[in-house]
Design a protein around this ligand. Sequence first.
Ligand code: ACO
Length: 320
Amino acid sequence: MTLSDFKPETWTTSSIEALKISLVGENAIQFPPNFTHAIFGETEQIFGYKDLIIHLVFDSVTFKPFFNIKYSKKLDNDEIDDIKAKLLNYLPKEDVVFKDEEKWIDQFEHEQKTFELPDDSFKINEYSADDGDFIIFKQNVNVPFCEKLHRRIQILSLFFIDGASYIDANDSNWEIFWLFDKNSKKCIGFSTTYKYWTYINAEEFNKENNLKYRAKISQFLILPPYQNKGHGTKFYESIVDFWMKESSIIEITVEDPNESFDDLRDRCDLNRLYEKGFFQEVTSVKEFDEKWYSNNKSKFKLETRQFKRLVEMILLYKES
Ligand code: ACO
């Protein structure tokens, strides 16, 4: 024991620094989390270990998870954080492999042999970009493919979306949009969405099969290695285009968007309004009454606050 071993800080590690997330394909890509408080608490500190490293690794096709905990010394003390137990609360217990790397490799390689993307009945869009061909599917959370992949991947929303929590996978109003590289079958990103039934009026309510919903984007994540390449933009546009064609969806909302998502959403929504010729209808001399707002926001399935922001931005753009 050295003198420093008696100081609590010697045994305290930032969970953001200790956690190394990797996606393993032809190469392994490692990146740090942005947030760990959902798992390791508000202070994001882990107590009881020296030189701590936590490896959380996913096969980049099947997302079969593996984790390992390494340290040079551990305190013999009941107060120390039980890292394994904390992570197992958020990983699929029967599926994740702990420590035994060989077993994990065998299992995901075996699984990869029969791994197929969803069939075309779930497809909502596809596109090509400089880095390949991409395809987007929408699936209800209780579809087996969706349920399994989501159980594996959902921990990433806690690490990259502040305030994210797990969705109720038994509630069939949850639908997940998936973005895949069509050729490598790697998952590039996903978005959890919820459909809220909404009451319009008695006449509509009495018409069978005419129920109306508000669609909410709850979590939207492009995995770190694939960010800043235009995928978020394409993915958001594809989801919105899909809902624009669905007559049962009357409004598109977003749960707690952060600044970078707000930017992406504003850019895409403005582009959509521009392409539909809406910029010409917004002139600084015009008096906008509530009826005008209401009619136009409905036409584009936008929520009031977002629509009013967009109108402000169009006015600013025209005045500049
Ligand atoms: N090459 C270089 N840059 C590009 C390219 C390209 N080919 N295409 C677009 N870009 C730029 C865009 O212009 C944009 O620039 P800006 O930030 O200066 O406006 C930037 O890259 C990002 O645009 P995209 O690439 O389309 O977006 P991305 O794929 O990175 O997705 C997102 C954005 C969703 C915010 C992603 O970074 C992410 O998942 N972050 C972590 C999780 C998160 O914050 N999610 C949203 C939380 S809110 C919610 O869930 C409702």
